[in-house]
Write a protein that binds this ligand. Structure first.
Ligand code: NI
Length: 225
């Protein structure tokens, strides 16, 4: 699990909020499977809503230039981001996300190796609305500043607690990684981060070139394209 800070700038966030405040929100249960429909109580924008398509593309563009995201996710395919809204009394009970998603309007499919939630409301704007992810160490509650994003394994049980006041807006989507296994992604991230650290403290150390080579050879070994 990893937090990616400041995916969007304050100016971009304002643009998102203006567009989403007047958007055509629909019942989120329309896109839930027959089991999830009992757990899900929120609103979403339709996949073909021009607002969702425009803002979603901007999110994908920002992520492509975000080193922290690229290093953590090693993305192969990103499902076009969707947008949801939890107003007072709404939440989403425990569930595991679908394994494979169709990319609307295309024959392509994305395996959900990683789930992402990009927070678009400030924590003080609503009570509740925490994303709670089950981990080996117990439940992990996530409620981030607007513009920040949580990346978590697609195979985890999670829920969104009921909003008691205000409204929680977010973008959410799934990523198929070049490296399917989370443990391998975590080791590559650790190596990448270590190389960054050495490059800062000892930029002329010839060992850096060997470690970068090792990183790429591991990625070559483990990646599917
Ligand atoms: Ni979910």
């Amino acid at each position: 699990m990893r937090i990616v800070r400041e995916v969007l700038t304050p100016a971009e966030l304002r643009k998102f909020r203006e567009a989403l405040d007047t958007a055509q929100w629909q019942d989120g249960r329309q896109t839930a499977g027959h089991v999830a429909v009992r757990a899900k109580n929120n609103q979403q924008l339709a996949d073909d809503d021009p607002v969702a398509i425009g803002l979603g593309q901007l999110v994908v563009d920002r992520l492509g230039a975000n080193d922290a995201f690229m290093a953590a996710a090693l993305p192969l395919k990103i499902l076009p981001p969707r947008f949801n809204r939890y107003s007072e009394g709404r939440g989403y009970a425990d569930h595991i996300d679908s394994a494979v998603f169709s990319v609307p309007g295309t024959p392509h499919r994305v395996r959900s190796d990683l789930s992402a939630t990009l927070f678009l409301s400030e924590p003080g704007e609503y009570d509740g609305g925490e994303l709670v992810i089950a981990t080996e160490a117990g439940p992990c509650k996530v409620k981030l500043p607007a513009g920040d994003m949580i990346l978590y394994p697609g195979n985890t049980l999670h829920h969104v607690t009921t909003v008691g006041r205000g409204a929680r807006l977010a973008a959410f989507f799934w990523i198929q990684s070049l490296v399917r296994e989370g443990e391998r992604r975590a080791m590559l991230w650790e190596l990448d981060d270590s190389i960054r650290a050495i490059s800062t403290t000892s930029p002329d150390d010839p060992t850096i070139t060997r470690l970068v080579g090792l990183y790429h050879n591991l990625l070559r070994h483990w990646s599917d394209t």
